[in-house]
Design a protein around this ligand. Structure first.
Ligand code: NAD
Ligand code: IPM
Ligand code: MN
Length: 348
């Protein structure tokens, strides 16, 4: 029987609360199958930094890289916590994992499940995937500042975009659109970010000729936010840069019933490194420790993880259990109650 080595990073805030439920559902769906998950917990995040001063050591990274996949809750302390002033957990841990493990596809599906209540009066059907570039753009950390703290301070954040990096994520997005409803929307800001945007546009146009069945269109990112609210049904696959993808997917989460439902995968499609699955949301310090977090995003991230590992049957069972749970929600439940309910449906 197959053994999958899974690195588990619960992280900070609500991270451990939602990961506990995601693991519960993973255990439930594999209880009767011939695949088993060997889980290694990694204590990483703001909590670890405050205890030891470490963010992600080379040993941590090497140990994590030995696994077949990674499940992560969320990392990051309370924004503005002075004790974390020099830590930058987000960059030193989360982005370091994404960059070192070459997670160049940040896959963020958005679906309005029947029964989910979003803020839109008449949303229609919503079912799209944001393919967010994961290793480049303004996230590379190639910036700096001079005369810091003075009236003449200059602060730069450089967006680094390579033809290699853009082409590989664009190809992934086209292939995905080909397997879905054959529609790809490039979102950027070509009217202002002429160099990076221009390159994205040229690469999309070039790759499009290899996917004649895929209809391609383009939107500036500001206009894309309009349509995500007024006509989200127009989207199938969106391909976009790292920062735009970050912003659009929080918006997409809100529109499809709340950020507590939004799952993601940080994928290394080549399989050279383990891919990492995590909710789109963060550590939510405002509700941490109170069992108020919705673990569904983490549970749907397990569905993405299972699918990535080729365990399509198990993945579908998790997704179906979540769909049933969403369709039958009423009243307030704790994080653990939602996890229990979904785990029970998985086993039913
Ligand atoms: P956040 O996503 O943590 O929270 C935004 C809002 O959404 C909050 O009101 C929160 O209570 C709510 N929310 C989030 N997840 C929820 C859930 N599962 N159920 C119900 N409500 C939920 O974003 P933030 O407040 O900007 O960031 C908090 C910390 O998390 C920061 O340190 C940030 O850097 C970090 N962060 C980490 C990740 C990650 O690890 N992948 C992602 C985003 C933010
Ligand atoms: C996310 C988060 C991260 C990002 C932060 C915490 C670095 O917001 O996963 O969406 O910007 O990618
Ligand atoms: Mn984000």
């Amino acid at each position: 029987s197959r053994v999958v080595k899974l690195a588990v990073i619960p992280g900070d805030g609500i991270g451990p609360e939602v990961v506990a439920e995601a693991v519960k559902v993973l255990d439930a769906v594999t209880a009767s199958s011939d695949v088993s998950f060997e889980k290694t917990p990694f204590s990483l995040g703001a909590g670890r930094f405050l205890e030891t001063g470490d963010t992600l050591t080379d040993d941590d990274l090497a140990a994590i890289a030995e696994h077949d996949a990674i499940l992560l809750g969320a990392v990051g302390g309370v924004p503005g916590d002075p004790r974390l002033k020099d830590a930058n957990i987000e960059r030193g841990l989360l982005l370091k994992l994404r960059f070192e493990l070459d997670h160049y596809v940040n896959l963020r599906p958005s679906k309005l499940y029947p029964g989910a209540t979003g803020p839109l009066a008449d949303p229609g059907e919503i079912d799209f995937v944001v393919v967010r570039e994961g290793t480049e753009g303004p996230y590379v950390g190639n910036g700096g500042s001079i005369r810091r703290g003075t009236a003449h301070e200059v602060a730069n954040e450089t967006s680094v975009n390579t033809a290699y990096g853009v082409e590989r994520v664009v190809r992934y997005a086209f292939a995905l659109a080909g397997r879905r409803r054959q529609k790809l929307t490039l979102v950027h800001k070509t009217n202002v970010l002429v160099h990076a945007g221009g390159m994205y546009k040229r690469i999309v146009d070039a790759v499009a000729s290899e996917f004649p069945e895929v209809a391609v269109d383009y939107l500036h990112v500001d206009a894309a936010t309009i349509f995500l609210v007024t006509n989200p049904g127009r989207f199938d696959v969106i391909v976009t840069d790292n920062l735009f993808g970050d912003i659009l997917t929080d918006l997409a989460g809100a529109v499809t019933g709340g950020i507590g439902l939004a799952a993601s995968g940080n994928i290394n499609p080549d399989g050279a490194f383990p891919s990492m699955f995590e909710p789109v949301h963060g550590s939510a310090p405002d509700i941490a420790g109170s069992q108020k977090a919705d673990p569904t995003a983490a549970i749907l991230s397990v569905a993405l993880l299972l699918d990535h590992l080729g365990l399509t049957d198990e993945s579908a069972r998790v997704t179906r259990a979540v769909e049933d749970d969403i369709a039958n929600r009423d009243g307030q439940r704790t994080t653990a109650q939602i996890g229990d309910a979904i785990a029970a449906r998985v086993q039913a």
